[in-house]
Each structure stands twice: as C-alpha cells, then as structure tokens.
Design a protein around this ligand. Structure first.
Ligand code: ADP
Ligand code: ADP
Length: 231
C-alpha cells in the first residue's frame, strides 16, 4: 500500500492554478522522482505533502486516510519529513548537536551529551555516512555530508516518507554521488523517498518511478522498467 497518495489533487493560489489532476503515490522502498521546469508545480506539490499548503481539489491520503494537513507538525506527526535545500542545520554547532537539535523532547528523549554523541555516531554509521569527528561544527562539512546528516536525522526521528527538495542542485559531481548513494540506502532501508530534481541523470541513478510535471499537470508518469536515459 502507498504511504502517501494523491488522487486528482489540485491547488490554486487565488486565480493561479498551480496544480491540477495530479495522481501520485509514494511507496515504501521506492524513490519517486518529480521532475519539471521552474513553475511546473514541484514546490506546490511538496508543500501539500509537507503540510505547508492545503490542496484545493482532490484527495490527499496518508496511510490510506484522507487528510488535509494544516501544518508541518501535522505532516511530521504522520511520518512525513521534508529536507529543504537550506537544510536547517546550525553551521556553528557540532554534528551531534545538530542531529538532535529541536528534537530533544521528541520520542521521550532527554539524553545527556555523551549519549547524544554516541547515538548520532551510530545512526550515521548505520547508513554508511563518513563524518569523522562529531564535535566538528557542521559548517565545515561538505554539502553532501550536510544533506546526509539532515536525512539521517529525519529518519531517526520517525520519518517514513522523506521529501528531498533538489538535494543535489548545489553540489558538484562527487558530493552529488555521496547524496545519491545515501538516497539509495534510505530507499533500501524501506523509506518512501520523494526526490525533486532537475537532473534526469540523478533521477535515473536512484529512481523507481518518474513523474514529470508541466504547467501543473503530470505530463509523464513511468516506472523504471519503462524508461531509458537518453543523452
Ligand atoms: P516549481 O516548484 O516547479 O517551480 P511552484 O509550485 O513554485 O513550481 O509554482 C507553480 C505555479 O504556482 C507557478 O506559476 C507559481 O508562480 C505559482 N505559485 C506558487 N506559489 C504561489 C503563491 N504563493 N501564490 C501565487 N502563485 C504561486
Ligand atoms: P520555492 O520554489 O522554494 O517555493 P520560490 O522563490 O519559488 O521558492 O517561492 C518563495 C515563496 O513565494 C513560496 O512560498 C512560494 O509559494 C511563493 N510564490 C512563488 N511564486 C509566487 C507567485 N507567483 N506569487 C506569489 N507567491 C509566489
């Protein structure tokens, strides 16, 4: 069963119709790639999933129950986490503190420093992320490492669906590789990943399912077996 399902979803901002008739399902253990030009509706789509905007038409379901999420907290409570390009990491704080930042009181957690450092280390290692010294400020890490930390943090705090907004857009080839490898690891760990990207090659490397938006509508919807990457 899909974790998240959109059926004929539409969204208008006043008289601007940003999305219409969108059908899209996010399954566990799959990367659903969403591609499309600027203005196609990608941000609007993820904002509906993330609880930042309410849809105006159709049905949005989480675990089979129709919802109209009214806040990011509501989305988070249902296991939907969004990792934005700007990441919300505090550059001057250590890796381990960033890992727990804003989450100390969730899951009944109230851990001492040593435990937080150890748990952060275990969680990052479990998913194959090489960080080294966790006392280092996050600001000194590579863009790829930062993306991976933000994703690992969301997973540890209960996300079942991870929405990634252009996670490789600001990265070079090597750092993009780090993040793509990590997306594949999250997929293989059973998460449902929504991967927004402009890069068809990146989509093809990790994707199970490809959805292209054009002027707010789905213009292509294909499973991996149905596509080849044309250069
Ligand atoms: P993308 O992320 O693919 O660039 P968006 O979802 O940001 O696309 O935008 C889709 C359409 O909706 C665009 O025409 C955009 O100008 C419009 N739009 C997005 N947000 C708003 C808003 N808050 N108010 C009015 N129009 C908006
Ligand atoms: P993003 O693509 O990350 O949403 P943008 O710069 O496109 O970033 O948009 C920033 C904010 O402005 C968003 O909240 C978006 O919904 C809103 N927005 C985008 N396009 C329009 C528009 N045409 N009119 C009004 N608000 C808009």
């Amino acid at each position: 069963a899909p974790l998240v399902e959109m059926a004929e979803v539409g969204k208008s901002y006043g008289n601007v119709q940003a999305l219409r008739g969108v059908n899209l399902s996010v399954y566990p253990g799959e990367v659903t790639c969403v591609l499309g030009d600027n203005g196609a509706g990608k941000s609007t789509l993820i904002k509906i999933m993330a609880g930042l905007h309410e849809h105006t038409e159709g049905t949005f379901s989480v675990h089979g129950i129709s919802r109209n999420l009214s806040s990011p907290r509501a989305a988070q409570g249902l296991g939907i986490a969004t990792v934005y390009q700007d990441l919300a990491l505090a550059p001057l704080m250590s890796v381990w503190r960033n890992f727990f930042m804003g989450n100390e009181l969730r899951k009944g957690l109230f851990l001492d420093k040593d435990t937080m450092r150890r748990v952060a280390d275990e969680e990052l290692q479990k998913m194959g992320i090489e960080i080294g010294d966790l006392d280092r400020p996050v600001g000194g890490l590579s863009g790829g490492q930062k993306q991976c930390i933000a994703i690992a943090r969301a997973i540890y705090f209960g996300a079942k669906v991870i929405i990634l907004d252009e996670p490789t857009a600001a990265l070079g080839v090597k750092q993009s590789g780090v993040v793509l490898k990590y997306i594949a690891a999250a997929r293989d760990a059973g998460l449902g990943v929504v991967f927004i990207t402009h890069n068809p090659h990146h989509a093809y490397l990790v994707g199970n399912h490809f959805v292209v938006l054009k002027l707010g509508r789905v213009s292509m919807d294909a499973h991996r077996s149905e596509v080849t990457l044309e250069q």
